[in-house]
Design a protein around this ligand. Structure first.
Ligand SMILES: Cc1cc2nc3c(=O)[nH]c(=O)nc-3n(C[C@H](O)[C@H](O)[C@H](O)COP(=O)(O)OP(=O)(O)OC[C@H]3O[C@@H](n4cnc5c(N)ncnc54)[C@H](O)[C@@H]3O)c2cc1C
Length: 447
């Protein structure tokens, strides 16, 4: 198992794979071909889950990750001397293979408190919680009713008439959850989404947890796959800047949907036009995280508590998670337009937006305490190109296509391939397990 450069012969040979020598290394034509049963492209939650399933079945594999480490959109960095998740920071435990895998690996998972509501700078009354959940419930009901009636239109078009909580409910369903406004989301796609609430995190950081799950796999980082060729009985993978190509009997393709839509990986022969059209109908939303210290607990939050805020009946644009692991670290998740500004302009814009959010949500003065921020830029990174992929209005039915095999041997995995858990970490993990099971059938099952 290696982090960088050519992956190990020993790992490849496990399970009967062969490393085939090409022309002598050192000549201008130096090239070699490695053979595996199953190649996995993309080392996020989906790729790692696939790798674990394939390794368990005793089949040879290699996990090819373009970035410098595994984890993908689950990424824990260190800031202010503390671990901070700049991708997903939580996941739903209920029935999730991810929670089971973490438990089996002895990795710590802890519970999360629910969200607290702040209204006009103050903790909300019980009746405010009732009003907000009723507004959310009505919006969800109308989305499902439209989808059931065969109306796959923009979610904004079917929402109930505006009420006191409609702005916050709209923000919770759209920009703060999926990084898009409701006029860019499909009723059918949203109606099919049925995810358990995020109730778990890890004191290690969720990114560190996912990375640790992949630590035992035969993997290569800094390995950007740029061409997949159907060579008859196997597929051949080319990696940018490397002479070694990889022959695989099956492939789990676990890179983000917008990466495929952008043509960053070429296919020979090309992908079926219907599938390509589906990728283009699922642009990613924009979510960016901004982490900062807020000493002295001025908002009187419990460790890891989430906060949604409403001011003058509007939604101030971010969701706060306070006192990460009981520390002074707080993280704001911005969605939609402000998140796009952060992705484009970086931390200077993030600092300004964080201060403005805190002042607007909680009252003047809170924002001033923030001196420095760290911020993600997922939408500006060519390996991700956004947060999660969701259907444009009218295109929700196309998500099913991502479950079909491509050229008989390529199986798509990743958050966007799940019909009901799309856009989530646990859904991405489950999709990797499903794709691995299909790939294993192609190579004849467990060794
Ligand atoms: C800011 C933010 C907040 C989020 N919040 C939540 C949340 O609260 N709850 C929740 O459940 N989910 C959340 N998510 C979504 C969750 O993070 C994703 O659904 C999940 O991590 C996706 O996993 P994946 O394996 O499908 O893709 P990824 O994790 O994106 O993995 C794909 C991998 O493919 C690699 N790659 C790309 N191109 C190539 C190539 N050519 N060759 C090789 N490798 C390549 C990438 O580097 C990446 O590592 C959030 C996401 C973001 C960005």
């Amino acid at each position: 198992m290696t982090e960088r450069g050519l992956f190990s012969r020993r790992g490849l040979l496990a399970g009967g794979a062969a490393l085939l020598a090409g022309p002598a290394i050192g000549t201008a034509l130096a090239q070699s071909v490695a053979e595996v049963d199953i190649a996995i492209i993309g080392g996020g939650a989906a790729g790692i889950a696939a790798g674990l399933r394939i390794a368990q079945a005793g089949r040879s594999h290699v996990l090819l990750e373009a970035g410098e480490r595994l984890g993908g959109r689950a990424r824990t960095d260190t800031a202010f001397g503390l671990p901070v998740d700049l991708g997903t920071a939580s996941f739903g435990r209920a029935g999730s293979g991810l929670a089971s895998a973490a438990g089996a690996a002895g990795l710590p998972v802890s519970g999360l408190p629910g969200d607290r509501l702040y209204v006009d700078g103050h903790p909300a009354s019980e009746s405010a919680y009732d009003g907000f959940s009723a507004a959310l419930g009505r919006a969800r009901r109308d989305i499902v009713t439209a989808a059931d009636a065969g109306r796959d239109v923009a979610v904004a078009r079917v929402l109930p008439p505006p009420g006191p909580w409609s702005a916050l409910a709209a923000a919770r369903l759209g920009p703060l959850a999926l990084g898009k406004e409701l006029d860019a989301l499909s009723t059918l796609d949203l109606a099919l989404r049925d995810v358990p609430p995020d109730d778990a995190t890890s004191p290690l950081g969720v990114g560190a947890l996912i990375e640790a799950l992949g630590a035992g796999l035969n993997r290569q980082t800094h390995a950007t796959v740029n061409l997949i060729t159907n060579s008859g009985r196997y597929h051949t993978l080319s990696i940018a800047g490397q002479r070694t190509t990889i022959r695989a009997r099956a492939i789990v393709l676990a890179v983000p949907a917008p990466v495929i839509a952008a043509g960053a990986i070429r296919f020979n022969p090309v992908l079926p036009p219907r599938l390509l059209a589906a990728f283009r109908a699922f642009p990613a939303g924009t979510l960016e995280q901004v982490g900062f210290l807020l000493p002295g607990n001025p908002l009187e939050l419990e460790p890891d508590e989430g906060v949604l805020a409403s001011r003058d009946g509007t939604a101030p644009g971010a969701r706060l998670r306070g006192r990460i692991n009981g520390s002074d670290l707080h993280v704001l998740t911005f969605g939609g337009a402000p998140a796009r500004a952060i992705a484009e302009k970086g931390e200077a814009a993030a600092l300004e937006l964080a201060r403005a959010f805190l002042d607007r949500a909680f009252g003047g003065g809170v924002g001033e305490a923030v001196r420095e921020v760290v911020a993600s830029r997922w939408s500006a990174d060519p390996l991700f190109r956004g947060a999660m992929a969701s259907a444009m209005p009218g295109q929700g039915a196309l998500r099913r296509l991502f479950g079909d095999p491509v050229q008989n041997r390529i199986f798509l995995a990743g958050e966007y391939t799940s019909l009901t858990d799309w856009g989530t970490l646990a859904g991405a993990f489950a999709s990797g397990e499903v794709a691995a099971a299909k790939a294993l059938r192609v190579v004849g099952g467990p060794a």
